[in-house]
Ligand binder design. Structure first.
Ligand code: PHE
Length: 486
């Protein structure tokens, strides 16, 4: 039988796992959610949930993957009687997330191209101190966004380019494709983000962005948001954000864990993934919010507007250097998104490849990657063609709903609400039940302690997984359902 090839080094694994975690959730979701939910309070709640829920589920998923050496579907089948169907929930989530994630990734590629065009338009001879986009010859965010919405064909093409990029990397396999791309790309992303933070925080007026982030109540006092959310809502928003951001509750970390060498330390890796993902989310907020407050103080804060209207306004108003920062920033976002989408596609591909290999049919990675990609492309085309609900076939149109909630307004939010809002927190909740009350926390302990590694936080882990994590997850799930649908 062919050998199942995993990661070549622990560094490679770590970069791939952090690459999965760091994505649109960090760069787009975290900044505006943090600001709109009490800034510093949100950060504290986020850290608390990261330690008591995120870290706990992360360790459990990595251990489950490595113990079984299989993708999500087989892993659940091997360890549990009652929850053996859960892997399929993960595969379905992976598809649903990919549908909208690839569309958004495609939009980001479009913005890279747009800024390359602006670079030539603005030219180096233009007025560096010009304050308006027109004088600079650059595209405003509103122009760029409405052009994209008005032209679904273009959005579809960019979406499919993103899908193709994801496919090419996954075709290369775990060690050859995913690990190589992430080992170079993640450090590069970090450097690019640092450069953007320095530029953003030194803009005149940037300090308002920092106040928005760090001073509780500032956003309400200054009319940026209407009223401060209650603590429960902060809790639910922070929790939902964190699970999505850490790629938990749908089998991505089970799958990556299954390729991890027995001698590697799961506790240390799990901690590092959670810490690095949170640091990047925080860094993204330091890049996006000060820029927004300095150069587009009345701009959108939440939803796609922040990334695709407000940030583009920021670049178009930076003078002739703006497009260069625009290119750097959107490239960074494209990379963050690709390193996440490859882990989503790998959840699907790993399962079918394992099955083929176990049946003695050899490694059919190529065939299964192509089939999965074709299915993902269909969903991505639907989201792009719907153009944020401006088509006549949005979920609300099809269901005859006249005043739709977010989930029905457009296909992008539809897939997002089902996967991020319900399936992922539900997946994580059921998995903690399984570990705590069916297979027992010792299962995880035994796996973490392979090859002489110590699980020094085991007591904390056991306490959390039995009581704190399920309770936290229940509240998060309840809050998410409430905010999406009611
Ligand atoms: N963690 C990614 C982000 O923050 C999204 C993701 C979710 C990736 C689930 C893989 C699995 O954008």
């Amino acid at each position: 039988m062919e050998e199942r090839k995993g990661f070549g080094s622990n560094f490679g694994f770590l970069m791939a796992a952090v690459g999965s975690a760091v994505g649109l959730g960090n760069i787009w979701g975290f900044p505006y959610k943090m600001g709109a939910n009490g800034g510093f309070t949100f950060l504290l709640v986020y850290i608390f949930l990261g330690v008591t829920c995120g870290f706990i589920v992360m360790i459990s998923e990595l251990a489950m993957g490595r113990k079984t050496g299989k993708g999500a579907v087989e892993a659940y089948k091997i360890v549990s009687k009652k929850f053996k169907w859960m892997g399929w929930l993960g595969i379905a989530s992976a598809f649903f997330i990919l549908f909208f994630y690839c569309a958004l990734g495609g939009y980001c590629i479009k913005y890279v191209v747009l800024n390359v065009g602006d670079l030539f338009n603005a030219g180096f001879g233009s007025n560096v101190f010009a304050e308006t986009a027109a004088a600079n010859g650059t595209s405003t965010g509103a122009e760029a966004w409405s052009a994209l919405i008005a032209n679904p064909t273009e959005a579809i093409i960019y979406g499919l380019i993103f899908v193709a990029l994801t496919m090419l990397i996954v075709l290369g396999g775990v060690g050859g494709g995913i690990e190589k791309v992430c080992s170079i790309g993640m450090p590069a992303l970090f450097v690019a983000l640092m450069i953007c933070i320095v530029r953003s925080c030194t803009l005149p007026g940037a300090v308002d962005g920092l106040k928005y982030m760090f001073i509780p109540g500032w956003a309400v006092a200054n009319g940026v948001i209407e009223k401060s959310p209650n603590l429960f809502q902060v809790f639910a928003t922070a929790g939902g954000q964190m699970f999505f951001s850490l790629s938990l509750g749908m089998g991505a970390m089970i799958t990556y864990g299954s390729y991890l060498d027995k001698k590697e330390n799961i506790q240390k890796n799990g901690l590092l993934i959670v810490i690095m993902d949170s640091i990047v989310a925080f860094m993204a907020a330091l890049c996006v919010l000060p820029g927004r407050f300095a150069l587009d103080p009345n701009g959108d804060l939440g939803g796609p507007g922040l990334l695709f209207v407000t940030m583009q306004n920021v670049f178009s108003r930076m003078g002739s250097i703006g497009p260069l920062f625009g290119i750097l920033f959107y490239l960074l976002v494209v990379f963050a998104a690709v390193s996440s989408s490859i882990s989503l596609l790998e959840v699907i591909v790993a399962h079918f490849v394992d099955k083929a290999r176990d049946a003695g049919k050899g490694d059919k990675r190529k065939a299964y990657t192509l089939i999965a990609t074709a299915a993902v492309s269909l969903g991505c085309v639907l989201v792009c063609a719907d153009a944020m609900g401006t088509s006549n076939f949005s979920p609300a149109d099809l269901l005859g709903i006249t005043e739709p909630k977010a989930w029905a307004a457009d296909w992008l939010d539809f897939w997002d609400c089902i996967s991020e809002g319900i399936m992922m927190p539900l997946g994580a909740l059921l998995m903690t039940f399984m570990v705590a009350y069916e297979i027992g926390p010792e299962f995880v302990k035994n796996e973490v302690e392979q090859c002489g590694n110590k699980f020094s936080m085991y007591k904390f882990y056991r306490f959390c997984i039995k009581y704190v994590t399920p309770l936290g997850l229940l509240l998060v799930l309840y809050g998410q359902i409430k905010s999406f649908f009611f």
